[in-house]
Write a protein that binds this ligand. Sequence first.
Ligand code: ZN
Length: 459
Amino acid sequence: MPRFLLRHALLPDGWHDDVLVTVDAAGRIASVAPDQSAGDAILLDGPVLPGLANLHSHAFQRAMAGLAERSGPTADSFWTWRETMYRFAARLAPADIEAIASQLYAEMLEAGFTAVAEFHYVHHQADGTRYDDPAELSWRILAAAEASGIGLTHLPVLYRYGGFGRREPQPRQRRFLHDSDAFAALLHKLAPAFRNRHDRRLGIAPHSLRAVSPEMLQAAIAALDGIDAAAPVHIHIAEQLAEVDESLAWSGRRPVEWLLDQGVVNGRWCLVHATHLTSGETLRLAQSGAVAGLCPTTEANLGDGLFPAMDYMAAGGAIGIGSDSHISVDAAEDLRLLEYGQRLFQRSRNLLAGGPDRSTGRRLFEAAAAGGAQAVGQPMGAIAAERRADFVLLDGEAPALAARRGDAVLDSWIFCGQRRPMIREVWVGGQRVVEQGRHLRAGEFAARYRQTLRRLLEE
Ligand code: ZN
């Protein structure tokens, strides 16, 4: 049984020194005991955190990060960005998607994310023709996860319509589309690859209330229940005011209100963005047990709006973070921006600390670790028995962490952004995947990624 000695570690009950962790052959933590000495254990000599889940990813979008920052002929918005994204998505071959995802997942691991929920909506060829194997692009995502060593919750996206009330999709959306039967068949084809793995989970992502009918939503959940009745269900919701207005016109109810009224939302759900909420919706969502999937850097980049994090967290709502479009892949930056959005709006400080005399960084990190683990449905998010042995070793020698201990480590990692990487090593299931701040296969992935991008963008 491998044993680790963690010099200074965040456990569920707070910070401890010299924590001896035993790990079983499957990579799960068997026992945790502070204040030990063990000369033969693997020493993680610095501050150690549990790994975070990145609960919202569209992997291919990493390759277009930075390419939608030029102003267009008319006012730019989420909807004009989406046009750029559709043009980019149309060019990608299966090998391109695998190359981009491998590079991205290595970057996520270097940033302290040890699992990702991949909200996977490009399924078919550019003209909508199925690949010989309809799961081709899902296998590419799985291959990228295997190569990088990241935990994967795969969420095939159900997408059928172009707008509320069964509007027909546009030709550019052909790569995304399924009917209920084809979607259920896809799930059944994928399921065996996800069974009995603590680092793999299969869930579903009805894309949004724009893209599925109420009947299709029900059928998709029923199909998933036949495979795994506790598996995650993620949905984009209320990211844009136009979506709220269209929902009101369609049903007389706002998107989150409509979904909560269906009586199906519970702890297996992740409502991604949920940006535009009334105070009533905020309270109901917090009480539902679902996770609000927040993507602060992408939401800022797209000009979505500001999630009411103070009221929601004060009501006990669960949150997690995702890098979504991957305009930034940095857990610390997303947590920082979550707090800074509130500060700029409220003109005050330490707003998400959760009470007097508490560390803002600690509260944000613990909330994202717990909510992220719940949203991806993997045993992670804490250094504790039965969880996967995921460790993030910060660089105790980094100037920004000098003479910091306990919560000050988290506050400094999250708020003192600096160019030098503050993460030294990352372990997933007891296996080291990042060393000296670099993924073990970083060079190989980056070379393939550069080659892929040259071809995609220069041809
Ligand atoms: Zn998204």
